[in-house]
Design a protein around this ligand. Sequence first.
Ligand SMILES: C[S@@+](CC[C@H](N)C(=O)[O-])C[C@H]1O[C@@H](n2cnc3c(N)ncnc32)[C@H](O)[C@@H]1O
Length: 346
Amino acid sequence: MTGHCEACAIAPLTTSLFCTWSIAVRGPRGRRWWIVIGTRAPLLIGSDTRDTACFAQHAFRSGKPRACTSHSASSRRRPRQESPSRSTYEFEQRPAIQSPWHDLPMNDAERTAREYDAMAGDYAADNAKSAYNAYYERPATIALLGDVQGLKVLDAGCGSGEVSTWLVDHGATVTAFDVSPAMVELAQRRLGDRATVLLADIAEPLSFASSGEFDLVVASLVMHYVYDWTATLQELHRVLHRQGRVVFSTHHPTMDWQAHSLEDYFAITKVTETWSKGTGSFVVTFWRRPLTAMCHAIARAGFVIEQLVEPEPLKSLADRDPTAYANIRTKPRFLFFALRPSPWSD
Ligand SMILES: C[S@@+](CC[C@H](N)C(=O)[O-])C[C@H]1O[C@@H](n2cnc3c(N)ncnc32)[C@H](O)[C@@H]1O
């Protein structure tokens, strides 16, 4: 166990014991309680909260490819509100189709990890060749990345490693991470020792990265899984070199607004969809937010927008899948940002 989490920060001597020997039991009113065994007497750590959800994730995944290294005690002290003050942003739509884990107390990262774990192989196969990813999202992201030769790049939410593979093929030194152990495993298998691949949560402090370490951060189709963009972007700002750039793509705010007939465009809304990938159907949950909330978080985190792009799909998609081509070319699907640290921020 190389990492540390809230538990470890509280009781450093029990780190490895906790991570190996914690168990959960159901208490009154269905709350889970975490018990550390291996100390002189069983130690009751706490019930279900955001912090103990981190314990659970940490403990249950300790046998997975890499230890979680991103949960430090400093996350406790960080302000965690979304920046815009409109009360409508607190609105949360009841999803029409609910995740199989919807009634369990877990944070976004834990739910997303389970959702991506469930479809990892099918998602990766689809992502490699689909109209949306291979002919639209990835070419647009790569166009924004520019020349990456010799750059130190962080691929946040790397999935099965499509973008990381492109980056190392073009001369970058890559650290990649994802919150889903199954996706991490796929990326590790694919990249071998050509990149460092970690299990970590973009919404938590990236304790594996030092300040100013990266020339470029890429976060391809990840940000909509995160509620609090300001804190997340602040952390990306920290690990970015002063002259560095962040390139990220996300769902276009109008796409999910229309697709789910959401009443309030200006609300930040939790959306649940069922995706068909390979032979299965998989539930996926994410956040939809208005453009103004995106821009507000970007500015609050100390960035300026260098480019905002609503790209077209590759022309070659027209022959391969004319329906998808017409659909993506005429309707906004994803939105792409290139950010630079603001010259006016510290
Ligand atoms: C739509 S996939 C995109 C994968 C990859 N970036 C690509 O473009 O091929 C989203 C990925 O983000 C990861 N993810 C979602 N929330 C995350 C979080 N909080 N921290 C790290 N990764 C996350 C998911 O596990 C999934 O692999």
